[in-house]
Design a protein around this ligand. Structure first.
Ligand code: MBD
Ligand code: FE
Length: 308
């Protein structure tokens, strides 16, 4: 039964006091946010008649979530990270800003400081016998002209769906590289075709998803930060066509315009021109960056990241 205990005058005063609203110290906006959060929690307790046992279960869940460093994973799985993208898109549309390659979520597995190379590099350390992938494309402005000195920061999983650094069995920066474009705006990498990702089965994120009747899988995908002088930083990913989870991504990252087709290459002269010894998978993906309106837009969003 729904009660309305949270609107009882004693509770109203309690929440004002606990959010610091009765004092003049502290940050006004932060106090207002915490106050509304507390009101929402108290109303939720009323609306669902949440028991003390359930409340402490939830508190313990937060301990587990933080202890296993899965808060960012849960934010992705609950669609909140995608919500930020949808909201940013709407803000830009309302401002009639030019559009380029769509943004999509960063996810929790970026590591700063990957090796930087001009135009081309190999991303895999040779220890994973996955299919060879030749990933390449062009970085352009909205006028279609190539952008020189763009940095394409690429990261992806191995054939087990694991990312180096978070998976201690991989070498440092395996499957993580930054490529700087030349005057042709082009980047290319040799790597291995990644597999999809699944949430740690025993972790708190998957535990919560289980209770929602949801899976915790992502399609095979490749992450990118793309930046260039005077252009807006882009956080995006491509998701690989043909994957069973392509449009059933637990993190809601797949978007129109971000699906890439893996193509089988068998032409001997093309194989030889790439210095490869046999058939491989080619993925081509071009990026269009929009102009930055201020210096801040050229930077990625500030948030805690590994090695930063
Ligand atoms: C990933 O690889 C990922 O990209 C996201 C968004 C969440 C979990 C794992
Ligand atoms: Fe990922």
């Amino acid at each position: 039964m729904k009660s309305n205990f949270a609107s009882n005058p004693e509770v109203v005063e309690l929440l004002r006091e606990s959010a610091g609203l009765n004092g003049s110290d502290g940050d006004e906006r932060f106090k207002a946010i915490i106050h509304q959060l507390l009101e929402n929690i108290c109303t939720l307790i009323d609306d669902y008649n949440i028991t003390p046992e359930e409340f402490w279960h939830a508190i313990n869940y937060l301990h587990d979530l933080g202890g296993s460093k899965e808060a960012a994973l849960l934010a992705a799985g609950l669609g909140l990270e995608h919500y930020l993208d949808l909201r940013q898109d709407a803000i830009e549309a309302a401002e009639n800003r030019e559009t380029g390659t769509p943004r999509t979520i960063e996810g929790p597995l970026y590591v700063a400081g990957a090796p930087l190379a001009d135009s081309h590099d190999r991303m895999d350390d040779g220890s994973d016998d996955g299919k060879v992938m030749w990933l390449h494309g062009e970085v352009k402005g909205t006028d279609g002209k190539p952008l020189a000195n763009a940095i394409v920061d690429i990261w992806h999983a191995n054939t087990l769906g694991n990312y180096s650094f978070f998976d201690a069995s991989q070498s440092d920066y395996n499957l993580r590289r930054r490529i700087r474009t030349g005057s042709d705006g082009r980047y290319s990498v040799r790597s291995i075709v990644p597999s999809g990702y699944g949430c740690p089965p025993q972790g708190p994120t998957q535990q919560l998803l289980d209770r929602l009747g949801r899976h915790g899988n992502r399609p095979a995908h490749i992450h990118f930060f793309v930046s260039a002088p005077d252009h807006r930083h882009l956080t995006s990913q491509i998701n690989l066509n043909g994957d069973e989870y392509l449009w059933d991504d637990f993190a809601f990252a797949t978007r129109d315009g971000l699906v890439a087709d893996p193509v089988a290459v068998t032409d001997p002269s093309l194989i030889a021109s790439r210095g490869l010894n046999g058939p491989h998978t080619e993925i081509r993906f071009d990026f269009t960056l929009t102009r930055a309106q201020n210096a801040q837009e050229q930077q990625r969003i500030i948030r805690a990241r590994a090695k930063e």
